[in-house]
Design a protein around this ligand. Sequence first.
Ligand SMILES: [Zn+2]
Length: 135
Amino acid sequence: MENNNYKLAAWPAFVHAKCPRCRRGDMFATSMYGFQGQEMHKTCPHCGLTYEKEPGYFYVAMFVSYAFNVAEMVTAAVAISVLTGSHNPWLYVTIILAIAVILSPFNFRYSRVMLLYWLTPGLHYHPEMSRDKIN
Ligand SMILES: [Zn+2]
């Protein structure tokens, strides 16, 4: 039977930073926490989609990343307050900065994934592109 109609679910593709158009090709060439930094593929290895559709497009991802940072910092501040009950500002500054540094690779990666998945007009999932490549 020919397998032309299968669809790949959005969430696993999002979590694994797969191409938003085919949900099969990887967006990143390196792992999230590696020593070589994060390297992104220029085009999708599976369907050939150009990820950065125009020069400087990923600057928009900085705004998404900023929103992530604010959400993480607010969450951290509330968590510190609830867990320790402390009023020492240095405790907050230290922990929040540490969290920001630890999560920065995560923010970098998922701000771009989110930009391509939800904030780019005209870029949608094409189930027919999920098929195996015919060589
Ligand atoms: Zn693709």
